[in-house]
Write a new protein. Structure first.
Length: 131
């Protein structure tokens, strides 16, 4: 059976992440699935004014993932509370929530007028399961 990797996060995968998904999980690029546009927008725009419990707001995502095959992977990153909630729900459904780890390199560049530019370059290292 061909496993899938669903993207529940706010960015596009880098080429390194695509290669790592195949190496780590055996998932081909064609089995990396973006969510429907309405669900991407929902995930990217969680209202900060929702007090205490965002579970009602996340019902469309829960409904979407309830229809997916057990053992498929879901890359989950975003709002801390929403991530915590969705990771627990996904585990209950038999899906495998993962996140991306990165290595951060800082590059400092001194300009001629005694100013300094600092760049942070993030490089994908691996995917890790939520435990």
């Amino acid at each position: 059976m061909n496993k899938k990797l669903y993207l529940l996060f706010n960015h596009a995968l880098t080429p390194e992440q695509i290669v790592n998904a195949e190496k780590s999980f055996g998932i081909k690029n064609r089995n990396i699935i973006k969510l429907p546009t309405n669900l991407i927008k929902l995930w990217q725009n969680i209202p900060p004014e929702i007090d205490l419990d965002i579970s009602q707001y996340l019902i469309p995502l829960v409904t979407y993932f309830a229809q997916k095959s057990k053992g498929d992977y879901v890359l989950v990153q975003g709002d801390f509370g929403a991530v915590y909630y969705m990771v627990n729900i996904l585990k209950q459904m038999g899906l495998v929530p993962v996140y991306a780890t990165t290595e951060r390199n800082i590059i400092e560049e001194k300009l001629s007028d005694n100013k300094m530019i600092t760049k942070r370059v993030f490089k994908h290292v691996c995917f890790r399961r939520y435990i």
